[in-house]
Design a protein around this ligand. Structure first.
Ligand SMILES: Cc1ncc(COP(=O)(O)O)c(C=O)c1O
Length: 386
């Protein structure tokens, strides 16, 4: 039997409980179950931004570019530690959408004879839109990604590791290996994965991936995204937006475009330094705690949530197997939209709605308490039962 007492006991025994104090939390009674849309604010970020604005920007002015210039790579190396990549394989830059666009093009340039892209009908909208847009521009075909799909003529598959609605984790290793056997490349979207579960790009055979930093990595609103390209592909990176931050001798100015031979080939123009600083602090916190611990807490939170879901007789499409689910849970209800609005307006619970019928509850390992899980689901169940 689940109970609030059990949630309180789990909070007391939680080895990561103290990390909540590292975040700015103006209202401790707010049940925030939306850290998978926007993670909370690390205190270290506030301090670092103040320092960067006052000292580096205000005082040192343009002199700060001596170390700002390489930040996409420096923060990229930190990011790489979260997903198991080698130093130099990740750049933190631009947005997930833009990086998907570049990533599909990078993959297409490696499979010039193939004219088919694949993406699932239930994939996150921006991933589908990017694939459909590129297909339209280049006269390619989009094949719906479904079990048993033939990949023998497919150039690129775009796929999320964790489903943004149900939290189901796909079998990355098996899928990548069958795609590779068929000659297709897979561009993985790790937006709901990075900072939520343990992931090792090399152990899983992943060659291309993108993701954001504003969800489980607590990088801040609009924080830059990242691109991972495995080192063996670096010299072959060709992407459609040629910008001067990819250029080998960037400040020689008059040279024809001749990009670096490394991950900087994905860079475009001047990086968003303040956002990059905020992302760096969020990523650094996850790196300091360690993904093994973070993933274990995430599994404990979702396991408790599933117990509470059953306790209140709610319906979920989130997998029961802890190895197959990320750090959010989906409750199905035809009045999902209304319920989420009511929770926010009258019950101090912030959750998400994912149409048509999902109430999505994000459980952030560094900030969500077991009592938040209990309180959020209890209030939801009271609303449902009227
Ligand atoms: C799977 C996935 N991809 C991409 C995005 C968003 O892309 P962008 O960061 O460019 O807004 C989201 C946003 O929630 C997402 O869930």
């Amino acid at each position: 039997m689940s109970s609030r007492q059990e949630a309180e006991r789990l909070d007391q025994d939680d080895p990561l409980a103290s990390f909540r104090a590292e975040f700015v939390i103006p209202d401790d009674d707010l049940v925030y179950l939306d850290g998978n849309s926007l993670g909370r604010t690390p205190k270290a970020t506030v301090a670092r931004l103040k320092q960067v604005v006052e000292n580096e920007w205000a005082s040192d002015l343009i002199g700060s570019w001596d170390h700002w210039l390489d930040m996409p790579r420096v923060v990229g190396n930190r990011m790489g530690a979260i997903i198991g990549s080698l130093p130099g394989e990740v750049a933190v830059h631009d947005s997930t959408t833009l990086n998907l666009y570049q990533g599909v093009h990078i993959a297409l340039a490696l499979r010039p004879d193939r004219k088919v892209l694949a993406v699932a009908a239930d994939e996150f909208p921006t991933d589908r839109y990017v694939v459909e847009g590129i297909a339209h521009d280049l006269g390619l075909t989009v094949r719906p990604l479904k079990p048993g799909i033939d990949l023998h003529d497919v150039a690129v598959v775009v796929r999320s590791v964790i489903n943004y609605r149900t939290a189901e984790i796909y079998d990355v290793k098996a899928f990548t290996s069958s795609a590779t056997e068929a000659g297709a490349l897979v561009l993985w979207d790790l937006s709901h994965t990075a900072g939520a579960i343990e992931f090792d790009v090399h152990a899983l055979g992943v060659e291309l991936a993108v993701g954001c930093t504003y969800k489980f990595l607590n990088g801040g609103p609009g924080a830059p995204a990242w691109t991972y390209v495995s080192e063996n592909l670096h010299s072959q990176i060709q992407q459609p937006i040629q910008g001067w931050f990819a250029q080998k001798d960037q400040f020689d100015m008059e040279m024809p475009f001749a990009p670096h031979d490394d991950i900087r080939r994905v860079l475009l123009g001047t990086p968003h330094i303040l956002s990059l600083i905020a992302a760096d602090e969020g990523i650094a916190l996850s790196e300091r705690v360690g993904m093994k611990q973070i993933a274990a807490k995430g599994q404990a939170l979702t396991a408790f949530a599933m117990q509470v879901v059953d306790h209140f007789g709610l319906t979920t499409s989130t997998p029961r197997d802890p190895q197959r689910r990320g750090c959010h849970i989906a409750i199905s209800h035809p009045r999902a939209k209304e319920l989420v609005a009511d929770l926010a307006t009258h019950h101090k619970v912030l959750a998400d709605v994912r149409p048509p019928d999902i109430v999505r509850l994000g459980l952030s390992p560094l900030t969500t308490r077991f009592t938040d899980v209990w309180d959020g689901l209890q209030r939801l169940s009271h609303l449902i039962s009227g």
